[in-house]
Design a binder for this molecule. Structure first.
Ligand SMILES: Cc1cc2nc3c(=O)[nH]c(=O)nc-3n(C[C@H](O)[C@H](O)[C@H](O)COP(=O)(O)O)c2cc1C
Length: 178
């Protein structure tokens, strides 16, 4: 990929699982990011308290302030997530709920990858949620990868050529949108 001016990217995995395929995808994208990119995979999702409008005031929980700051400072975000019980993983939805009032995703370029067994429902639901948050999700930067576990090996390397191609295309479109 061609290098452009250095960007600050925040990547969020919707899976907390050790050995997560979504985490592996984010690792892969970090490796193919243009030279000079600051690429951070956020690892604090499980530390964000349950969303409570009563705590959503001038002095919110520290982890929420830190998360909002990271999102606000990023030039763009990548969310990569599985689907659970036909929906968006609760920890991810919880974190996103905290950004409603801060507006930290508003106008923020965002790529959405749903990598799951099926994933259609979470993918559609997230696109709707991101609309509510006013994130800038360009069409070419959304990817749904079904049967993800059959497209990776035990080391977390993507073994399916079409999946690699789709990810590279979306990633390139994402950087063009920054
Ligand atoms: C409790 C639970 C519920 C799940 N429900 C769904 C589902 O509704 N749709 C789907 O596509 N996959 C579902 N899955 C399968 C996950 O998509 C699959 O385990 C995926 O690999 C998880 O992502 P990860 O590898 O990044 O952890 C579910 C898995 C678990 C553990």
């Amino acid at each position: 990929m061609q290098s452009s001016s250095a960007k600050n990217i925040l990547a969020i995995s919707g899976s907390l699982r050790a050995g997560s395929s979504n985490h592996a995808i984010l690792n892969y994208l970090g490796k193919i990011a243009p030279a000079g990119t600051s690429y951070t995979i956020y690892d604090g999702l499980s530390q964000i308290p349950h969303f409570d409008p009563g705590l959503d005031n001038d002095n919110p929980p520290e982890t929420v302030t830190a998360f909002r700051k990271l999102t606000a400072e990023a030039d763009g975000l990548i969310i990569c997530t599985p689907e659970y019980a036909y929906g968006v993983p609760g920890t991810l939805k919880n974190a996103l709920d905290w950004t409603v009032s801060s507006g930290s995703l508003s106008e923020k370029p965002l790529a959405l990858i749903t990598a799951s067994t099926g994933g259609e429902n979470a993918h559609a639901a997230l696109l709707l949620i991101l609309t509510a948050l006013n994130a800038k999700v360009a069409k070419d930067t959304t990817v749904l990868i079904s049967f993800i576990r059959s497209k990776m090996d035990g080391n977390g390397d993507i073994t399916d050529g079409e999946t690699v191609k789709g990810l590279m295309k979306a990633f390139k479109a994402f950087f063009s949108s920054l």
